[in-house]
Design a protein around this ligand. Structure first.
Ligand code: ZN
Length: 88
């Protein structure tokens, strides 16, 4: 059993369990929210769990950088955490 990383305690949860994902860039202040549609699209592109998704995400305003150099604040909203009514 691989230990889940401290940085992403929900690392192994599935992308399809997310109802939305808030992403803010601490470098430039740009923020956006990935909706169910965006998340489903990521899932069809081969991104299956939350950890993989976090690695894919980058700021659209800042130049490309390796994941460890990104300063992103990522806040997931999980369907199972009470957002079911917005999905139905
Ligand atoms: Zn940025």
């Amino acid at each position: 059993m691989p230990r889940p990383s401290i940085e992403y305690p929900d690392a192994m949860r599935l992308v399809v369990e997310l109802s939305s994902l808030y992403v803010a860039c601490d470098d430039c202040g740009h923020s956006r929210t990935l909706k169910l549609q965006n998340l489903r699209q990521a899932a069809t592109l081969g991104v299956h769990n939350y950890m993989q998704l976090c690695r894919k995400i980058r700021c659209s305003e800042c130049p490309k950088r390796p994941p460890s150099f990104r300063n992103l604040t990522i806040r997931p909203t999980w369907i199972s955490d009470g957002a079911l009514q917005t999905v139905a």
